[in-house]
Design a protein around this ligand. Structure first.
Ligand SMILES: *[C@@H]1O[C@H](CO)[C@@H](O)[C@H](O)[C@H]1NC(C)=O
Length: 235
Protein backbone atom coordinates (compact mmCIF):
# COMPACT_ATOMS: atom_id res chain seq x y z
CA UNK A 1 0.00 0.00 0.00
CA UNK A 2 1.25 3.38 -0.90
CA UNK A 3 -0.10 6.87 -0.87
CA UNK A 4 1.04 10.36 -1.64
CA UNK A 5 -0.05 13.96 -1.32
CA UNK A 6 -0.45 14.85 -4.98
CA UNK A 7 -3.91 14.24 -6.40
CA UNK A 8 -4.81 13.06 -9.85
CA UNK A 9 -6.89 15.62 -11.69
CA UNK A 10 -9.79 13.38 -12.66
CA UNK A 11 -12.00 11.02 -10.72
CA UNK A 12 -12.02 7.41 -11.83
CA UNK A 13 -15.00 5.59 -10.40
CA UNK A 14 -15.26 2.39 -12.32
CA UNK A 15 -16.93 -0.96 -12.12
CA UNK A 16 -15.29 -3.87 -10.42
CA UNK A 17 -15.49 -7.62 -10.56
CA UNK A 18 -13.78 -8.17 -7.19
CA UNK A 19 -15.27 -11.05 -5.25
CA UNK A 20 -13.68 -11.30 -1.80
CA UNK A 21 -13.07 -14.72 -0.34
CA UNK A 22 -12.83 -14.63 3.43
CA UNK A 23 -10.39 -17.28 4.56
CA UNK A 24 -9.48 -17.13 8.20
CA UNK A 25 -6.67 -18.79 10.12
CA UNK A 26 -7.59 -21.41 12.71
CA UNK A 27 -7.48 -18.87 15.55
CA UNK A 28 -9.55 -15.72 15.07
CA UNK A 29 -10.29 -12.66 17.18
CA UNK A 30 -7.94 -11.40 19.91
CA UNK A 31 -6.39 -14.87 20.44
CA UNK A 32 -5.40 -15.06 16.77
CA UNK A 33 -3.31 -11.87 16.71
CA UNK A 34 0.29 -12.55 15.60
CA UNK A 35 2.71 -9.68 14.95
CA UNK A 36 6.12 -9.72 13.35
CA UNK A 37 8.69 -6.98 12.95
CA UNK A 38 9.22 -6.30 9.21
CA UNK A 39 12.20 -8.39 8.01
CA UNK A 40 14.07 -5.28 6.81
CA UNK A 41 14.00 -3.90 10.38
CA UNK A 42 14.70 -7.14 12.17
CA UNK A 43 18.23 -8.14 13.03
CA UNK A 44 17.03 -11.57 14.05
CA UNK A 45 15.47 -14.28 11.88
CA UNK A 46 11.70 -14.01 11.53
CA UNK A 47 9.71 -15.20 14.53
CA UNK A 48 8.92 -18.89 14.05
CA UNK A 49 5.45 -18.28 15.45
CA UNK A 50 4.61 -15.91 12.59
CA UNK A 51 3.16 -17.48 9.47
CA UNK A 52 2.75 -15.53 6.24
CA UNK A 53 -0.76 -15.40 4.77
CA UNK A 54 -1.58 -17.89 2.01
CA UNK A 55 -0.65 -16.71 -1.49
CA UNK A 56 -3.28 -14.28 -2.70
CA UNK A 57 -4.92 -14.00 0.72
CA UNK A 58 -4.87 -10.24 0.76
CA UNK A 59 -6.43 -9.82 -2.69
CA UNK A 60 -9.54 -8.38 -1.10
CA UNK A 61 -11.32 -5.00 -1.05
CA UNK A 62 -9.87 -3.26 2.03
CA UNK A 63 -10.73 -0.14 4.01
CA UNK A 64 -8.00 1.72 5.89
CA UNK A 65 -8.98 1.92 9.56
CA UNK A 66 -5.86 3.27 11.31
CA UNK A 67 -2.80 5.04 9.92
CA UNK A 68 0.34 6.53 11.43
CA UNK A 69 0.96 8.84 8.48
CA UNK A 70 -0.40 12.33 9.21
CA UNK A 71 -0.87 12.88 5.46
CA UNK A 72 -3.66 10.30 5.49
CA UNK A 73 -5.69 11.69 8.32
CA UNK A 74 -7.33 14.31 6.09
CA UNK A 75 -8.46 11.58 3.67
CA UNK A 76 -11.90 10.02 3.83
CA UNK A 77 -13.03 6.53 2.93
CA UNK A 78 -9.64 5.26 1.86
CA UNK A 79 -9.99 1.95 0.03
CA UNK A 80 -7.25 -0.40 -1.11
CA UNK A 81 -7.81 -2.97 -3.86
CA UNK A 82 -4.81 -5.24 -4.46
CA UNK A 83 -5.21 -7.94 -7.12
CA UNK A 84 -2.96 -10.27 -9.07
CA UNK A 85 -1.96 -8.75 -12.41
CA UNK A 86 -2.11 -12.27 -13.83
CA UNK A 87 -4.86 -14.14 -11.95
CA UNK A 88 -3.25 -17.41 -13.06
CA UNK A 89 -0.13 -16.42 -11.10
CA UNK A 90 -1.25 -15.12 -7.70
CA UNK A 91 2.35 -15.22 -6.44
CA UNK A 92 3.42 -12.78 -9.15
CA UNK A 93 3.06 -9.05 -9.71
CA UNK A 94 0.28 -7.18 -7.92
CA UNK A 95 -1.98 -4.31 -8.98
CA UNK A 96 -1.64 -1.78 -6.16
CA UNK A 97 -4.67 0.49 -6.28
CA UNK A 98 -5.59 3.03 -3.63
CA UNK A 99 -8.56 5.39 -3.74
CA UNK A 100 -9.97 7.96 -1.35
CA UNK A 101 -12.06 11.09 -0.95
CA UNK A 102 -11.29 14.44 0.63
CA UNK A 103 -13.46 16.31 3.14
CA UNK A 104 -16.50 18.04 1.65
CA UNK A 105 -16.27 16.49 -1.81
CA UNK A 106 -17.27 13.05 -3.08
CA UNK A 107 -14.73 12.97 -5.93
CA UNK A 108 -12.73 9.72 -5.75
CA UNK A 109 -8.98 10.08 -6.22
CA UNK A 110 -6.80 7.12 -7.16
CA UNK A 111 -3.17 6.07 -7.21
CA UNK A 112 -1.85 3.05 -9.06
CA UNK A 113 1.39 1.12 -8.83
CA UNK A 114 2.80 -2.35 -9.33
CA UNK A 115 4.10 -4.49 -6.46
CA UNK A 116 6.76 -7.15 -6.87
CA UNK A 117 6.85 -9.85 -4.17
CA UNK A 118 10.28 -10.00 -2.50
CA UNK A 119 11.91 -13.31 -3.47
CA UNK A 120 14.47 -13.35 -0.62
CA UNK A 121 14.24 -16.12 1.96
CA UNK A 122 12.69 -14.75 5.16
CA UNK A 123 10.97 -11.96 3.24
CA UNK A 124 7.59 -13.61 2.68
CA UNK A 125 4.68 -11.15 2.52
CA UNK A 126 7.09 -8.31 1.66
CA UNK A 127 6.44 -6.39 -1.55
CA UNK A 128 8.34 -3.76 -3.50
CA UNK A 129 6.06 -0.97 -4.75
CA UNK A 130 6.72 1.04 -7.92
CA UNK A 131 4.39 3.90 -8.83
CA UNK A 132 3.09 4.55 -12.33
CA UNK A 133 1.69 7.57 -14.16
CA UNK A 134 2.47 10.86 -12.45
CA UNK A 135 4.20 9.03 -9.58
CA UNK A 136 6.60 7.01 -11.75
CA UNK A 137 9.82 6.73 -9.78
CA UNK A 138 8.08 6.50 -6.41
CA UNK A 139 9.17 3.32 -4.66
CA UNK A 140 8.47 1.80 -1.29
CA UNK A 141 8.80 -1.55 0.44
CA UNK A 142 5.87 -2.80 2.43
CA UNK A 143 5.68 -5.73 4.77
CA UNK A 144 2.67 -7.40 6.26
CA UNK A 145 3.12 -7.34 10.04
CA UNK A 146 -0.11 -9.08 11.04
CA UNK A 147 -3.05 -10.68 9.28
CA UNK A 148 -6.09 -12.67 10.26
CA UNK A 149 -9.76 -12.34 11.06
CA UNK A 150 -11.62 -10.66 13.87
CA UNK A 151 -14.14 -12.50 16.05
CA UNK A 152 -16.78 -12.18 13.31
CA UNK A 153 -14.51 -13.75 10.64
CA UNK A 154 -13.88 -10.33 9.09
CA UNK A 155 -10.33 -10.18 7.66
CA UNK A 156 -7.80 -7.55 8.74
CA UNK A 157 -4.14 -6.90 8.19
CA UNK A 158 -1.42 -4.55 9.41
CA UNK A 159 1.39 -3.37 7.14
CA UNK A 160 4.56 -1.34 7.42
CA UNK A 161 5.70 0.84 4.49
CA UNK A 162 9.15 2.36 4.14
CA UNK A 163 9.68 6.02 3.31
CA UNK A 164 8.93 7.08 -0.26
CA UNK A 165 11.43 9.77 -1.21
CA UNK A 166 9.78 11.02 -4.41
CA UNK A 167 6.50 11.93 -2.73
CA UNK A 168 7.93 12.74 0.70
CA UNK A 169 5.70 10.06 2.21
CA UNK A 170 7.13 9.00 5.57
CA UNK A 171 7.41 5.40 6.71
CA UNK A 172 4.14 4.25 8.19
CA UNK A 173 2.03 1.55 9.78
CA UNK A 174 -1.53 1.01 8.56
CA UNK A 175 -4.38 -1.22 9.71
CA UNK A 176 -6.94 -2.44 7.17
CA UNK A 177 -10.22 -4.33 7.41
CA UNK A 178 -12.70 -5.59 4.83
CA UNK A 179 -15.35 -3.87 6.96
CA UNK A 180 -15.31 -0.07 6.96
CA UNK A 181 -16.04 -0.16 10.70
CA UNK A 182 -12.79 -2.06 11.20
CA UNK A 183 -12.15 -5.15 13.29
CA UNK A 184 -14.43 -5.70 16.29
CA UNK A 185 -13.34 -3.75 19.36
CA UNK A 186 -11.65 -6.65 21.16
CA UNK A 187 -9.61 -7.62 18.11
CA UNK A 188 -8.64 -4.03 17.34
CA UNK A 189 -7.51 -3.58 20.95
CA UNK A 190 -5.50 -6.81 20.81
CA UNK A 191 -3.85 -5.71 17.56
CA UNK A 192 -2.87 -2.32 18.95
CA UNK A 193 -1.72 -3.87 22.22
CA UNK A 194 0.47 -6.31 20.29
CA UNK A 195 1.90 -3.46 18.22
CA UNK A 196 2.71 -1.57 21.43
CA UNK A 197 4.92 -4.45 22.59
CA UNK A 198 7.35 -3.75 19.73
CA UNK A 199 10.55 -2.21 21.06
CA UNK A 200 12.24 -1.44 17.72
CA UNK A 201 12.50 2.38 18.04
CA UNK A 202 11.27 3.41 14.60
CA UNK A 203 8.23 1.14 14.79
CA UNK A 204 7.51 2.14 18.37
CA UNK A 205 7.32 5.78 17.30
CA UNK A 206 4.93 4.95 14.46
CA UNK A 207 2.67 2.85 16.69
CA UNK A 208 2.41 5.80 19.07
CA UNK A 209 0.92 7.95 16.29
CA UNK A 210 -1.68 5.49 14.96
CA UNK A 211 -4.84 7.47 14.27
CA UNK A 212 -8.33 6.32 13.35
CA UNK A 213 -9.17 7.13 9.75
CA UNK A 214 -12.50 8.61 8.67
CA UNK A 215 -14.81 5.99 7.16
CA UNK A 216 -18.14 7.80 6.94
CA UNK A 217 -20.03 5.38 4.68
CA UNK A 218 -20.12 7.74 1.71
CA UNK A 219 -18.78 5.04 -0.62
CA UNK A 220 -20.91 2.21 0.74
CA UNK A 221 -22.84 0.45 -1.99
CA UNK A 222 -20.74 2.11 -4.69
CA UNK A 223 -18.52 0.03 -6.99
CA UNK A 224 -14.92 -0.45 -5.98
CA UNK A 225 -12.39 1.20 -8.29
CA UNK A 226 -11.26 -1.26 -10.94
CA UNK A 227 -7.67 -2.11 -11.67
CA UNK A 228 -8.12 -3.25 -15.24
CA UNK A 229 -9.84 -0.10 -16.37
CA UNK A 230 -7.36 2.07 -14.52
CA UNK A 231 -4.42 0.47 -16.31
CA UNK A 232 -6.03 1.29 -19.64
CA UNK A 233 -6.45 4.92 -18.63
CA UNK A 234 -2.99 5.47 -17.14
CA UNK A 235 -1.21 3.47 -19.83
C1 LIG B 1 -15.24 18.33 -6.12
O1 LIG B 1 -13.95 18.30 -6.65
C2 LIG B 1 -13.93 18.26 -8.07
C3 LIG B 1 -12.50 18.04 -8.51
O2 LIG B 1 -11.65 19.03 -7.98
C4 LIG B 1 -14.55 19.53 -8.61
O3 LIG B 1 -14.56 19.45 -10.02
C5 LIG B 1 -15.95 19.66 -8.08
O4 LIG B 1 -16.49 20.90 -8.49
C6 LIG B 1 -15.99 19.57 -6.57
N1 LIG B 1 -17.36 19.51 -6.12
C7 LIG B 1 -17.81 20.28 -5.14
C8 LIG B 1 -19.24 20.07 -4.79
O5 LIG B 1 -17.12 21.10 -4.58
Amino acid sequence: MFLFAIFLASALTLETTATPTATCPAEIGPQGVRIRVPPSLSLNPPSPSWTAPPVGWYFKPWDMIYASNPQYVSFRNLQYDPTAINPANPAGLVNDLTSFQLPGNDTVYTTYGVDTPDPRPGFSAVLQYAGTGIITGATSEYSIMAWGCDSTHTPYYVSYSTVTVLTATPAGIDIFSTNDNGPDAATAQALIAALRTITQPQLKALVATLTKMTQDGCRNGKPRVSNQNLIAILG
